[in-house]
Design a protein around this ligand. Structure first.
Ligand SMILES: CC(C)(COP(=O)(O)OP(=O)(O)OC[C@H]1O[C@@H](n2cnc3c(N)ncnc32)[C@H](O)[C@@H]1OP(=O)(O)O)[C@@H](O)C(=O)NCCC(=O)NCCS
Length: 394
């Protein structure tokens, strides 16, 4: 049986999440995320009195290329009890949750996937890439052509909360994949609970007028390392100044940071091999609910006139649309003309923020078109001069 969650259900939901994800969420952290839900945001699957499945929508706001902001249904806490797996509960909850997402008027939905094989069938495509880099700090020297950049201060993150929030706000408004951060989430990050530290120190903060870094150190055991938990730079100058400061942490051996694949860090160093790429992994997954509205929201790098046939699986979205782009702005309407391009809704989600190239999907036969020049034309049109990067995990 499916139903909405009431106030009394949250302890059982917390236990179900802990069973499925392996750890209990701090009650205050949970309250912060809960403040981002609306009535009817949570769908539960119940077996008698027991909560055996859940899926939740957070009310988020997504930045798209060009800087427009779209309301986004942020799906999280998707879990089915190990006693009830592979009986169709996720499918049933998602069918109900996406009906509510349409009713609530969200043009787009997003999520982070615990496994990359679950959500494509529901029309979601990986839309940002998170690159994890580990810098061998002791051997990482700045290139002689790189100028000195000043302006960074070592600050107390709680005392400088407004400055951090201001920089983040400017960053997220220009970065595809950026998300609005409600006050409750800043409260939670700055509470810096022991349970959030995963063996690391309390938070350190480096503040520049146009950027900041928050990091933890790990000094127990043999190595001394820096784990950057947030690197936010609105300008190239701030990026440079913050990296110069991090590289100046003389007693630290390594610095680990999550960034996007086009981060210019390697160009700052004499020896780019001192940077080890630890992982390139999907971060934000997108399902485009209202195709015309979402395609018209972003800007494009070149003109396009094409008919898209968008195929959706389980949840029955998609459709055929003419997309016309002139001078960077799109007009998108339903069409009955023969399609020029066929692709799944998942692939449309993947190319939307410019992080994945249509031509790569064409090579894989997951974006089909007669005209051999079409994929590279779409590559150019859908590219973004600001690289896509997820604002924060949810
Ligand atoms: C992922 C999870 C929610 C799936 O729930 P479920 O009720 O077993 O899923 P369903 O029975 O509704 O499966 C729906 C479809 O997804 C597939 N599927 C489900 N989980 C899958 C997985 N982990 N990997 C690959 N395919 C999966 C099913 O085979 C089924 O495929 P079909 O459409 O071809 O029939 C559940 O396994 C779980 O709670 N896992 C641990 C927590 C987790 O990872 N949550 C997701 C957070 S993003």
């Amino acid at each position: 049986m499916l139903r909405s969650a009431g106030d009394d259900d949250w302890p059982a939901m917390r236990r179900l999440a802990a069973t499925c994800f392996g750890s209990f969420r701090d009650p205050d952290t949970l309250a912060a995320w809960r403040s981002m839900t609306r009535p009817d945001s949570v769908v539960l699957a119940c077996d008698g009195d027991d909560v055996v499945g859940m899926a939740m929508v957070l009310d988020l706001e997504l930045t798209v290329p060009g800087g427009r902001l779209l309301p986004m249904a942020g799906i999280t806490w998707v879990a089915v009890a190990p006693t009830h797996r592979r009986r169709g509960l996720l499918r049933a909850m998602f069918t109900e949750l996406h009906r509510r997402i349409i009713d609530a008027g969200y043009p787009i939905a997003g999520l982070l996937a615990s496994e990359a094989t679950i959500y494509e069938r529901f029309g979601y495509g990986p839309a940002t890439v998170e690159t994890t880099l580990r810098v061998d700090r002791r051997a990482a020297h700045l290139h002689p052509d790189v100028p000195r950049a000043d302006g960074v201060r070592v600050v107390d993150p709680v005392e400088h909360r407004d400055a951090l929030a201001d920089v983040y706000e400017r960053w997220r408004r220009r970065t595809p994949g950026g998300l609005h951060t409600p006050t409750a989430l800043w409260d939670d990050v700055l509470a810096d609970r022991e349970s959030a530290r995963r063996g690391g120190s309390q938070h350190f903060a480096l503040l520049h007028p146009d950027g900041f870094v928050m990091y933890r150190t790990h000094v127990a055991g043999t190595g001394k390392s820096v784990e950057v938990t947030k690197f936010t730079a609105v300008t190239a100058q701030a990026h440079l100044a913050l990296w110069q400061t991090l590289l100046g942490l003389d007693l630290m051996e390594t610095i680990t940071v999550d960034t996007h694949p086009a981060d210019p860090l390697p160009y700052l160093l004499v020896d780019p091999r001192r940077i080890e790429k630890v992982a390139d992994e999907d971060a934000l997954w997108l399902r485009i609910v209202d195709i015309p509205k979402v395609l018209e929201a972003r800007t494009y790098a070149s003109d396009v006139d094409t008919v898209l046939e968008v195929v959706d699986g389980v949840l029955g979205g998609g459709g055929r649309y003419r997309l016309t782009v002139r001078d960077g702005r799109a007009h998108c309407v339903p069409s009955t003309a023969d399609p020029d391009v066929r692709l799944s809704l998942s692939v449309l989600g993947s190319i939307y923020l410019g992080a994945h190239r249509p031509s790569a999907f064409a090579t894989a036969h997951r974006l089909i078109c007669e005209d051999p020049s079409a994929p590279s034309a779409l590559d150019l049109a859908f590219s973004s001069d600001v690289p896509a990067e997820l604002g924060y995990g949810f």
